[in-house]
Design a protein around this ligand. Structure first.
Ligand code: B4P
Length: 185
């Protein structure tokens, strides 16, 4: 099973992807996690990405695509994957279609976690307190939501136009939401 999980910052993508990985025994590929790992390791890519991420902006398409292509080449992808945090703009959606076609890995499911903005703000404020992630500051969160509306909302349209988008209500208990996604698999 190959799944793309879309949703605004704080919509629960990371949370649900971890559960889907365990339930479906497939790889969890989070571009945000891959970038945070590069930042923590201080690689050249990480040094470049750090300032961009702290402001809540998107890292360049070229960098993220290269990172994703490398990740999709690892053996665990053979059992399937959940892609969490990619694509984030229309260019990335087109690049993903091209990449997966070339790799002969067609998608089975595209899911959007739908969460009202007030809940997103409350969740991210909670995580800022609990984890202190640099991009959960109020300024960065406001920018991330703006970037989502401007750049990522067209990705939803892209998949909806092709009749491939499944919307799932992203409020309720984590298990309830997991059940809604699993019902689509
Ligand atoms: P991400 O790591 O993708 O971060 P995110 O959008 O905030 O989602 P996240 O997975 O963390 O939140 P979640 O909803 O799980 O991206 C971070 C940055 O990396 C981006 O801003 C960008 O700079 C860069 N980046 C990543 N991908 C990129 C790409 N493709 N191109 C360019 N740049 C890229 O969880 C949020 C909170 O909600 C948690 O505290 C969780 O516990 C809570 N929560 C989850 N489910 C809940 C529920 N049902 N009820 C209540 N709370 C819940």
């Amino acid at each position: 099973m190959r799944i793309v999980l879309l949703g605004a910052p704080g919509s629960g993508k990371g949370t649900q992807a971890a559960l889907l990985k365990a339930r479906l025994n497939i790889a969890h590929i989070s571009t945000g996690e891959l970038l945070r790992a590069a930042v923590a390791a201080g690689t050249p890519l990480g040094l470049q990405a750090r300032a961009v991420m702290e402001k809540g902006n998107l890292v360049s398409d070229e960098v993220v695509l290269g990172m994703l292509e490398e990740r999709l080449g690892l053996p665990d992808v053979a059992s399937g994957f959940i892609l969490d945090g990619y694509p984030r703009n229309e260019a990335q959606a087109l690049a993903l279609d091209g990449l997966l076609k070339r790799m002969q890995l067609p998608l089975d499911l595209v899911v959007q976690l739908d969460v009202p903005e007030a809940s997103l703000l409350a969740r991210l404020a909670g995580r800022a307190k609990a984890e202190g992630r640099a991009d959960d500051s109020p300024e960065a969160v406001a920018n991330r939501l703006h970037v989502y509306q401007q750049q990522t909302a067209p990705v939803l349209e892209y998949y909806a136009r092709a009749g491939r988008l499944h919307r799932v209500a992203g409020e309720g208990s984590v298990d309830e939401i997991l059940g809604r996604i699993l019902a689509l698999t």
